[in-house]
Design a protein around this ligand. Structure first.
Ligand code: ADP
Ligand code: ADP
Length: 239
């Protein structure tokens, strides 16, 4: 599987050129997108997550594994991300930079609800999936507590569980460790590094250690342009 981003541009209605021709090829595994605030990371992540239109350019997800059912797809295994939005959303897990939780809903109820929305109709199957994810993110003990009682780190782990429902092939995590204390950040890192094979995980962050600790490949983005791409150990020693 590969995500192939070519010449992506985006100018907002206020005239800000957030993406000035971004090209990147992202392979399976953990990919780090490193850049300062305002670099264009969220703009790029939202575009790939089909939540925002680009002005020009293309994004293709190629080599999807067999058995990824995409009704009506003319090229099996390949998706044109910018136009085949419904199909992309079936294989996508997205954890946005800021996400609200419904404070008076329990983690268990919320995940069950999202699993229903993702089309998992059988309640027994949903329970298995939800229980498994709650254990994976270490929230099983507190699954019957309202989300409003969760700490920042717990909410982030809940967000990962939410993003993992439906076994996504492409997972986008935008600035996940902002606001977490070191222990919570560590726990979050361990969790991310356990996300399975056959998946592309894009981790967008302004924290160098997030990338060097976790990612096998990376790019640096600044003012809407990719300024370097390659192996984190090589790139970061040059910073
Ligand atoms: P578009 O050009 O895609 O239509 P808009 O300028 O209409 O985008 O803004 C879309 C949303 O983003 C609005 O809710 C707006 O408040 C918010 N927004 C506007 N400026 C910024 C900014 N500089 N950074 C982050 N969000 C912004
Ligand atoms: P990052 O995620 O790296 O902080 P962003 O993609 O959020 O970068 O922002 C890139 C640039 O685009 C910034 O100058 C930001 O203010 C601007 N921007 C982001 N979203 C919007 C929006 N919806 N409307 C207008 N400007 C925006």
């Amino acid at each position: 599987m590969q995500l192939e981003i070519k010449d992506l541009t985006k100018t907002y209605s206020n005239g800000v050129r957030a993406l000035k021709g971004v090209s990147l090829t992202i392979s399976q595994g953990m990919f780090g997108l490193l850049g300062p605030n305002g670099a264009g990371k969220s703009s790029l992540m939202r575009t790939i997550a089909t939540l925002q239109e680009a002005d020009s350019g293309s994004v293709r997800l190629t080599g999807l594994p067999e058995g990824t059912s995409i009704p009506g797809n003319s090229m099996p295994g390949d998706l044109d991300v910018l136009t085949q939005k419904d199909a992309v959303r079936r294989v996508l897990g997205y954890l946005p930079q800021e996400f609200g939780v419904y404070p008076r809903v329990t983690a268990e109820t919320m995940l069950d609800h999202i699993a229903t929305l993702k089309g998992i109709a059988n309640s027994r199957e949903r329970k298995n999936i939800v229980d498994g994810l709650l254990q994976k993110v270490n929230l099983y003990q507190v699954r019957k507590k309202n989300l409003g009682t969760y700490s920042g780190g717990m909410k982030q782990r809940f967000g990962i569980a939410q993003a993992l429902i439906g076994s996504p092939r492409l997972i986008i995590v935008d600035e996940p460790t902002a606001g977490l204390d070191p222990a919570e950040r560590n726990r979050f890192h361990n969790l991310l590094s356990e996300i399975g094979e056959n998946t592309i995980v894009i981790l967008s962050t302004h924290i160098v250690e997030d990338v060097t600790n976790l990612c096998s490949d990376m790019a640096i983005i600044c003012l809407g342009e990719v300024v370097a791409a390659g192996n984190p150990n090589d790139l970061v020693s040059d910073l």
